[in-house]
Design a protein around this ligand. Structure first.
Ligand code: ATP
Ligand code: MG
Length: 155
């Protein structure tokens, strides 16, 4: 059995714009079917990073936190083709059984869209397929500094 190869990189962000730009740059690694999960405390910058991804895919609408809606779908474009971007935030779910209610069990396997998931912990049993993990760490003393850790798992 071949061991999964991990590639880990770290980016220091000193502003909201830095995190946005890190997302925009990261986005070129995403393709149809990609699954990326985002961890980090409230206000760490997960949505800022995802807004940058949205710019790369030419999403015109403002990407906002889907905490209330749980799932927001945007229509992006990639090489002239359209590509659905699903922005999912599981923060408000309290029971694993609610995942079925929102259709998560199917959409997680969707090969036609890009899936970006904030607060993925409650769905842990579905996440072994995640190709990218983005962890955003805050700094105890520097309020505008973040460490962004991108882990790529090559399956
Ligand atoms: N270096 C930085 N990178 C990103 N955001 C920053 C940075 N410095 C300050 N901020 C601020 O932190 C906040 C990040 O908010 P954002 O909604 O992206 O966080 P989040 O991780 O998605 O939170 P939540 O878990 O509530 O969804 C914004 O208010 C932003 O202005
Ligand atoms: Mg968010």
């Amino acid at each position: 059995m071949e061991i999964n190869k991990l590639k880990i990189e770290q980016i220091i962000s000193n502003s909201e714009a830095d995190t946005y730009n890190a997302g925009k740059e990261f986005a070129e690694r995403l393709d149809y079917g990609s699954l990326a999960i985002f961890t980090g405390e409230l206000g760490a910058g997960k949505t800022q990073f995802i807004k940058g991804i949205g710019e790369y895919f030419n999403i015109a609408e403002d990407i906002t936190s889907p905490s209330f809606a749980i799932i927001n779908q945007y229509s992006g474009s990639l090489d002239g083709d359209s590509i659905p971007i699903l922005h999912i935030d599981l923060y408000r779910l309290t029971k694993k059984s609610e995942l079925a209610t929102i259709g998560f069990n199917e959409l997680i396997y969707d090969e036609d869209s890009i899936k970006l998931i904030e607060w993925p912990e409650i769905a842990e049993q579905y996440l072994s397929e995640a190709m990218f993990k983005i962890e955003i760490q805050t700094h105890p003393a520097e309020v505008s500094t973040r460490k962004i850790i991108i882990t790529e798992i090559k399956n």
